[in-house]
Every structure is written in C-alpha cells, then in structure tokens.
Design a binder for this molecule. Structure first.
Ligand code: NDP
Ligand code: AKG
Ligand code: MG
Length: 475
C-alpha cells in the first residue's frame, strides 16, 4: 500500500466523529522530522512527549511513532524533487493526527511551501497558535504575563493559495493587458488606474465559506474559555482591501450574529445596549451619537444609517441581550491589522482569540510569540475536521541547524497541544510543569539564556533542555 513506508506493527488508528478525534490508548502517530534544526528538535521533542506519557499513564497509554518523510529527508529517501511523497499524505490522511518539524521554503522561486501544501491538501483550515507566558521566561516586554492570546489563522487561502505570475512572463503580461484594457475600465470605482507592465501579479482570494468556518471554530473555542477570555477579535485590513479583508470582517460578524446569535454580542451592540441600560429614556438619535463620536459631522444620510442600526439592535436583541445579559455572551469585535500589532503590546490583556486571514495571522503569530519569550516558545496546530498536524510557529532556523543548541520548546509545546487534542491532559500537564520548572530554575537554551537577568552563562543544549523538562515533572 505504501511505496516505502512501513507503519508500526503495534498501535491503532485515530478516527474522527463530528470533527473530533477518537483516540485509542496506543495511537499510531506519523511524524516528520523536518529540515534544518528539525534534526536537533525532533529527537528532543519525542523524548519529552514519550516520557510524559509514560509518567502519566505507566504504560497504559503509549504513542506508536510512525516516521514519514517531507523536505530534504524525503528527497534522500524517495529521490530528487520528491519533497512531499504520496506516501506521506496517505499516512497523514489514514492516521489522522501527525506532528512535524519545520520545512524549508526557497525565496523567489523553486518549490512552493511544503508546510502550506500540507495544510491545503488535508484541508487543515484553522491554524491555532496560542501565545501564553510561562512564569520566569525572559521577555523584551515589561508585562509579558498580560498577554494570553490565541491566533486563529485561516490556513488554506489568501495569497497563500499561491496563484501568482512572475513579472515579464507571457501569461503575466496577458493578464495585465486584460485587466488594464477590459476589466479595470469596466469598474468605475477604479477610474483610470493601470497596472505597470513590469509587475508580478498575485491573487488574493478570500471566500465566505473559508472565512466563516474559521470564525465558527474560533467562536466554539471561545465558548470553552473562562468567562473573562470569551472574546473573538476579527483582524483585517478592510479599510484598504475592502472586498477581501473587509469581507472577512463582515462575514465574521454575520456568522456571529446568526449562527451564534444567542451566544454572541458585537462590540457595537454592547455599546448600544449599555447606553440604554444607563438611560432607559435615551432617544435613538442620542444613542447613535454616543456610539459614533463623529456623528454630528456625518451627512444626513449616514446619520440615518447609524440611527437605523441602533433601532435594529434594540428591536431585535434587547429582550435576549439587554439588561446586562450581553455581559454573559462572547464579545465579538474587530481591529484593523496594523493597530492590533500595537494593541497586543500596549493593551495585551484586552484580547483573547484573534481570528485572522492567512498572511495577517502569519505575521501576528511571530510578533505575539516574541512578547512571551520568542520563537522558541511558540507552538501551533493545524486543525481540520478529519485531520490535524501539529507544528511550531518557527521555521528551520538554518544557522543553528545540527548544533544541538536550538530551543525545542515550541515543538514540545506543540506536542502538548497534540496531547490535549487527544484528551491526554495528564501527560500535557506534566510537560507544562516540566517546562515551567526548567525555566524558573534558569535551565534554558541559548535564546532564553541571553535574555535572562543576569544572563545564564552556560545555556543548556537542545537535548539537555528536554532532559531538564523531564526532570522537573516531579517538582
Ligand atoms: N512551518 C514551517 O515549517 C515554517 C518554515 N519556515 C521556513 O524556515 C526557513 C527559515 O526561515 P526564517 O525566516 O529564518 O525563520 P525561522 O523561524 O526559521 O528563524 C528565524 C530566527 O528565529 C529564531 N528561532 C527560530 N526557531 C527558534 C527556536 N526553536 N528556538 C529559538 N529561536 C528560534 C532564531 O533567532 P536567533 O538566531 O536570533 O536566535 C532564528 O534565527 C525558511 O525556509 C522558511 O520558509 C518558516 C516558518 C515556518
Ligand atoms: O511555509 C513556510 O516556509 C513559511 C510558513 C510560515 O511562516 C508559517 O506558516 O508561519
Ligand atoms: Mg510564519
């Protein structure tokens, strides 16, 4: 059935029901070692995960690891340019849960990202990246403990669909010509705009289906969080990219206020309801003035729109959400992408789940990870309805490859996410305890060592960090 793979002889398959995994006590879990620092990180990660499972379940539960190939290692095994063999995708589809190290993507040409390809092939539409502070972790931020967000990034479309054409190619010039001579002139709002002939062209598709399934998952996640963290922020650059990023925001709100009407309140709705709660006799117009500070400068037509919004909110949800009932609901708001980058630094505790499109989420997850200790502390998961692949936020960090010095924390924490997804919470908790213990005892790799006050003079190796985590299971 496989060309070159041999699955473990012991262990059972994970299956899925209604989008959730059903995990046997001895699941077969495929893993991809990864390129670059993957050679250092994977053995350390596997050791920490296995030790936690053994310590938590004393042999009753055990992972049967199944080595599969992607990236440079796949080319060695399967031949030149076989970066993502059919075997690998078959194994992931068959066994349902996999974990991987980072894979290299060349810049400006060459193969397209294998990481992105895996997400698209297996329809892993939600990239989930928690950014949470471990006490004692050094950070460039004054109050890293105030940040506790989860980036929920759409994982299958946006410019990551990879439909683009190189400048100067025949098809690119043909496309520009059609746009300049036929399509742009037919769209009055584009006026006399023209695209330069020496441009490269990329396509940015943002669909209602994919936007809403991402936001749906984000809201369902928010429902499982403690009350104070039940908030979903739609991140977008919809002021500039109105029909892609702006549409993402609108589709997000539409979903929240239809499918989750009883569970959600939007930020603007909460202002309207709260204004009326403070003053039950408030007129519609005065309420509109209070939610839109620039109200009096608006045209009559725009003022009518705001008044209609106020009226509509009071007519439709006052009964269900008014009288402070909205305070028990999930707050759904939106922020423009550039502003959220400063907001997570200046007002970190005001955010919880950040629902984003693909590119914004890619940028934002690195930035948020930096606040809580850097890319060595940034785990992630790519989740679909039939499959999930766990991987760190960082890449292959090539300058550190093979030196046994890189921080394996992000892949180990991705393993924690995997264990939690499997329902193996006791093992996940042991690793979290071990990481906390190692960090607070200043037993850390170079990246955290250099930031600590005073700096740690002899940082641990990558492999030693795994041992330190295991040692602190018993703290
Ligand atoms: N999902 C994936 O597999 C991803 C793959 N990539 C790919 O990885 C390659 C390299 O990308 P690059 O832009 O250099 O980004 P990387 O994330 O690989 O590394 C950038 C820098 O981040 C720090 N860093 C990364 N990982 C760790 C870690 N585990 N512990 C501590 N610090 C870490 C290092 O900083 P310092 O040297 O200052 O300590 C490193 O030099 C590219 O081909 C890219 O496409 C990128 C992102 C995700
Ligand atoms: O696939 C890659 O090479 C980079 C992807 C990336 O940066 C990410 O998913 O965070
Ligand atoms: Mg990235």
């Amino acid at each position: 059935m496989y060309e070159k793979l041999t699955p473990p002889t012991t262990g059972d398959r994970v299956t899925f029901k209604n989008g959730e995994p059903i995990v046997p006590d001895n699941p077969i879990i495929p893993f991809i070692r990864g390129d670059g620092t993957g050679v250092d990180i994977w053995p350390a990660s596997q050791k920490a995960i296995d030790a936690a499972v053994e310590a938590a379940y004393g042999g009753k539960r055990k992972i049967s690891w199944f080595k599969i190939y992607a990236g440079d290692e796949a080319c060695e095994e399967y031949g030149t340019y076989q970066y993502l063999p059919e075997d690998t995708n078959k194994a992931i589809a068959e066994y349902g849960i996999a974990i991987k190290g980072p894979l290299t993507t060349p810049i400006g040409g060459g193969i397209r990202s294998l990481n992105v390809a895996l997400r698209q092939i297996h329809d892993l539409y939600a990239c989930v990246r928690p950014c949470k502070y471990y006490p004692g972790t050094p950070s460039p931020h004054k109050h890293p403990e105030q940040l506790d967000v989860i980036v929920y990034r759409e994982n299958t479309e946006d410019i990551y669909l990879g439909i683009e054409w190189r400048a100067g190619t025949e098809i690119c010039e043909k496309l520009i010509d059609i746009l300049n001579t036929q399509l742009i002139p037919q769209t009055p709002e584009h006026g006399k705009k023209q695209i330069r002939m020496d441009s490269g062209i990329g396509i940015k598709p943002i669909s209602k289906t994919n936007s809403q399934r991402l936001v749906r998952r984000a809201i369902k996640h928010a429902l499982r969080l403690p009350k104070a963290k039940q908030m979903v922020t739609l991140v977008h650059k919809g002021n500039i990219m109105k029909y892609t990023e702006g549409a993402f925001r609108d589709w997000g709100y539409e979903l929240a206020t239809t499918e989750f009407r009883n569970e959600c309140v939007t930020e603007r709705e909460s202002w309207i309801l709260s204004n009326k709660e403070k003053n039950p006799d408030l007129s519609i117009e005065e309420n509109a003035r209070q939610i839109d500070p620039g109200y009096d400068a608006l045209t009559e037509e725009k003022r009518a729109v705001v008044c209609a919004e106020v009226q509509q909110v009071l007519d439709t949800i006052w009964e269900t959400h008014g009288d402070r009932k909205w305070k028990e609901k999930i707050m759904v708001n939106d922020r423009i992408a550039d502003s959220i980058f400063q907001q997570i630094q200046t007002r970190p505790d005001e955010y919880s789940i950040l629902a984003t499109m693909n590119l914004n989420g890619d940028y934002l997850s690195d930035a948020a990870a930096a606040i809580v200790g850097g890319l060595g502390m940034g785990p992630g998961a790519n989740i679909g309805d039939q499959c999930a692949i766990f991987e760190a936020t960082h890449g292959t960090a090539p300058k550190h490859a093979g030196l046994d010095r890189i921080n394996p924390g992000s892949v180990i924490l991705s393993g924690v996410m995997m264990l939690e997804y499997m329902g193996w919470q006791e093992a996940a908790d042991l690793i979290k305890k071990g990481i906390g213990g190692a960090i607070s005892n200043r037993e850390v790799t170079y990246d955290l060592a250099r930031l600590m006050e005073p700096p740690v003079e002899k940082p641990l190796k990558c492999s030693e960090f795994a041992d330190a985590i295991i040692k602190h299971f018993d703290d």
